[in-house]
Design a binder for this molecule. Sequence first.
Ligand code: NI
Length: 267
Amino acid sequence: MSEPTVFLTNEQVEFYHREGYLVIDNVAPLQEIARMREIYDDLFANRVGRQEGNQFDLAGTDDDDEEASLPQILGPSRYAPELKQAQCVTNALAIAKQLLGAEAASTGDHAILKPPFHGASTPWHQDEAYWSPDWDYNSFSLWLPLQDATVENGCLQFVPRSHKLDVLPHHSINNDPRIHGLEVDDADLTTVVACPIRAGSCTVHHNRTLHYAGPNNSPTPRRAYIMGFSCPGVRRTIPRTFPWNEAKQTPRQERAARAVASVESLP
Ligand code: NI
């Protein structure tokens, strides 16, 4: 593994803990971004992971004969292991150890593609709303665009300090439990900060930070590669429920269940 080339200043670490997000420059060399873009486009073009439920439509009903409105791949590095060798992966882990502590480790990667002139936004949400309610988390997502990210093409936007909130009530997009994506029911958006960044830079956000990405109104795809990092979770003593997840019934889950069943039926 290569040596990290990024070291956060105390001001950056303090900013993350105070505001719940951070912009970090120069985490990936531009040559590497260009190479990752090629890999990324191949993974989507070949619909890798579709049968196992690892490629799906985040914002639509994800029917087989429909073009995805907001295609997502879970664990793209499973299908393109060369992604694990990238300098930005080394840098991301170093950033995680600075922000979360020495125990921080990768929790995996995903990819979210916004096609050109794609009208759907990624609604306001907290990432923790997707997860098990049984644990407390200390984690963040590192969001690396594979081209410049602008307000026009759907850069991330944050509500500063919202990571201090509890997990707010969420619902499935369009209140349709067949759709994977979640949206917060209600949130105070008066202090929103948009974070346009250049290719090679990234944003990070805490698992409770409210965030959003607008539609892609540009003529080129908006590609985001996302890496998760976490300290070991702590089992909650005070129970809570996330009813929006209990109601889910997505085609992605059905494909994943079928793929597991077909593996188990092998001789
Ligand atoms: Ni998110």
